[in-house]
Design a protein around this ligand. Sequence first.
Ligand SMILES: [Ca+2]
Length: 96
Amino acid sequence: MKKFAVLTFLSALLIAVFAIAGGKYDGHFGDIDKNSDKVVVKEEFVEFFKANGDPAAAFVIIDVDKSGGIDHDEWHAFKEAHGYGHKDSNNPDEKK
Ligand SMILES: [Ca+2]
């Protein structure tokens, strides 16, 4: 139920992410979560996506419950909303 609500909310904000934050936000949660505490905080997110336009703005949008961290559910709901899914047909460098 929570996941559905998150997904719906993220879908509504899909355009906002592209408009505000610029760039591609895809990655494995475990790679972004540097200290492996199962929460991606803003510092980790910005560092991981520093090549993108405005990762701090994207972070605020993806952190749906405004807890100050992105959990695994939020991240995957975001990725699904963007059509990234778990496979990366558009990112040949990334191997599973
Ligand atoms: Ca973390």
